[in-house]
Design a protein around this ligand. Structure first.
Ligand SMILES: [Fe+2]
Ligand SMILES: [Fe+2]
Length: 195
């Protein structure tokens, strides 16, 4: 028996690629429902942007209450969420979609919320909640993409891994601030106070 050709013969692939040259990276072999993938990615994009805004707000507010190390963490997360937003937007354009950057409806499209928080501990808790929501919804997106769009799936898996790191960072911060349910340890339990 002759060796089974890998997926389809290379000539057919070349021919298809030429036929749909105007479709850029989307080839006839693309297995996913493109419109749905673009919609789902736009929701992830909105989630990232809301997270950038929330972390930035927390960064500026924490700077004001002299919690420099926590503020630095907020800023780092804000910058990483921005990188996620850029990667997702880039992928949407590869799929012939348009990244939805319209501020109107941003919060509705986003899976995570924008909560300002009253103090440092509150801010960290709200960020942790948002990260956990993102983790759950990105895991669903990864599952949905499956083998139909491995490029988008890989991207979302990488972003998911970073959200898990963010959640871990925040959890560590909460522990350090002694506000995770246990009584505060005197040495490290000093909470930044407002002046
Ligand atoms: Fe993110
Ligand atoms: Fe995150």
């Amino acid at each position: 028996m002759a060796a089974k050709p890998f997926l389809t013969d290379i000539e057919t692939i070349r021919q298809r690629a030429r036929e749909h040259i105007d479709q850029g990276a989307v080839t006839a072999g693309y297995g996913a429902d493109r419109a749905t993938v673009v919609k789902v990615l736009n929701e992830a994009l909105a989630t990232e942007i809301v997270c950038v805004l929330r972390y930035k707000y927390h960064y500026y507010m924490a700077s004001g209450i002299h919690a420099r190390s926590v503020a630095a963490e907020f800023l780092e997360h804000a910058n990483e969420e921005q990188q996620h937003a850029d990667r997702i937007a880039e992928r949407i354009t590869q799929l012939e979609g348009a990244p939805n950057l319209n501020p109107e409806g941003l919060l509705t499209r986003s899976h995570a919320d924008y909560v300002e928080g009253d103090d440092l501990v509150d801010m960290i808790k709200e960020d942790l909640v948002a990260e956990r929501i993102a983790i759950d919804s990105y895991r669903d997106i990864v599952r949905y993409l499956g083998n139909d769009d491995p490029t988008s799936r890989r991207m979302m898996e990488e972003i998911l891994a970073m959200e898990e790191e963010h959640a871990e960072d925040l959890s560590t911060l909460l522990e350090a601030l002694g506000k995770k349910g246990e009584p505060a340890k005197p040495a490290v339990g000093r909470q930044a106070s407002r002046h």
